[in-house]
Design a protein around this ligand. Structure first.
Ligand code: SAH
Length: 355
């Protein structure tokens, strides 16, 4: 049994023909009433997945330190737009702001802008960040022009990607159509060679590839702001290992699910192609470095020690476990990467070569 959204998508395909993976993701995640990111709280222990800021306050604290350091490096612009893309429950920003209370003038300079489409999550963010009078937007383009400090954790992976497969006559787009029963969603290659072939280069037959136009457009918009007004952006996400292949995955209830099953109830995400984002930004970029490298350079190990000095045995064990999840090579430490886009006048904390 599929979902109401699954039936709507099948009807659209029956009427207008197969759709791209990008169109499918955009509908499945963003449909105004039935999309996955419109519905009840996806993030957190009770949702479908847990994120770094939900694992530990230390993550947001390190990001806060980075943002404040970049604000100082920018010459303390006033005002500065502090933007978060997809703030989830608001935990990252709340921890970042709590950690930077002592930075003279920083909070007074901030105008907080949150880009979020999910109404239940906006309510959470409002509660977590009430003291900072955030302004919400549907899209980054709506954020007023001005000096920029931006953070996005596990946001770019939710943006739609197109998928391609190489056949003997060239690259074809991987489309979603209907199975023989006329109802079930099914993959099929587009009949003609795709015009995107010129971005894909040569590859053996059967090779697969992805292009994320939405992510590239957003990186270009961020790069444009930084060039016009000065500023810095920090993008954290799980990234491409090899730069090739397809990566869209489906998760429901903390478990893998099948891609076309139950759209609207299933989280879909793609590995982020950091090289493509950096190229699209068309501004100085730093990294990507591993999340472990970034967090260690920002001082997360010392922060964990400070927290443990005032903690019970149980709390100490929880801090150690959280630290291991955030920086462990077998956990989030290497799969997750961090990219900075900025004015390039100095190397931001977390991105120097030394370990
Ligand atoms: N950054 C948070 C949440 C990550 S989940 C954390 O680390 O915990 C992705 C977030 O982006 C959610 O808040 C989701 O509602 C939001 N989101 C997803 N797609 C979006 C889009 N196209 N426009 C705006 N917000 C989006």
């Amino acid at each position: 049994m599929t979902t109401e959204l699954g039936r709507l998508i099948a009807r659209r395909i029956a009427l207008a023909g197969p759709i791209s993976m990008a169109d499918f993701m955009a509908e499945a995640l963003g449909h105004p009433r039935l999309g996955y990111y419109r519905g009840a709280l996806p993030v957190g222990a009770a949702g479908d997945f847990t994120t770094a800021p939900e694992i530990s306050q230390m993550f947001g604290e390190m990001v806060g330190a980075w943002l404040a350091e970049r604000w100082l490096a920018m010459g303390k612009p006033l005002p500065v737009n502090l933007v978060e893309l997809g703030p989830g429950r608001g935990s990252l920003m709340a921890d970042a702001l709590r950690a930077t209370r002592g930075v003279a003038g920083f909070h007074a300079a901030l105008e907080l802008h949150l880009v979020e489409t999910n109404a239940p999550l906006r309510t959470r963010q409002e509660r977590a960040l009430a003291g900072f009078r955030p302004v919400w937007h549907e899209r980054f383009d709506e954020v007023p022009e001005g000096p920029l400090l931006l953070v996005a954790n596990e946001f770019f992976d939710a943006l739609p990607v197109r998928q391609f497969e190489k056949a003997h006559d060239g690259w074809h787009e991987r489309m979603i159509g209907l199975a023989a029963d006329g109802e079930t969603l099914a993959f099929a290659l587009g009949p003609g060679v795709t015009p995107y072939a010129r971005f894909l280069g040569d590859a053996p037959d059967g090779a697969q590839a992805e292009i994320g136009e939405a992510g590239r457009a957003l990186a270009a918009a961020i790069g444009g702001r930084v060039k016009r007004h000065g500023g810095w952006a920090l993008i954290v996400d799980y990234g491409y290992e090899t730069g090739a292949g397809t990566s869209v995955q489906a998760v429901r209830g903390h478990k893998g699910a099948s891609l076309l099953d139950r759209p609207g109830e299933t989280d879909l995400s793609a590995h982020v192609d950091f090289a493509a984002l950096a190229a699209a930004a068309d501004a100085p970029t730093f990294g990507p470095v591993s999340q472990a490298h970034f967090l260690r350079q920002l001082g997360i190990v010392q922060r964990a020690q400070t927290l443990k000095a005032r903690a019970t045995d149980d709390q100490c064990a929880a801090v150690d476990a959280a630290l291991a999840r955030l920086i462990g090579a077998d956990q989030m430490g290497t799969l997750f990467r961090v990219l900075a886009i900025g004015d390039g006048r100095s190397i931001p904390a977390g991105f120097s070569e030394a370990p």
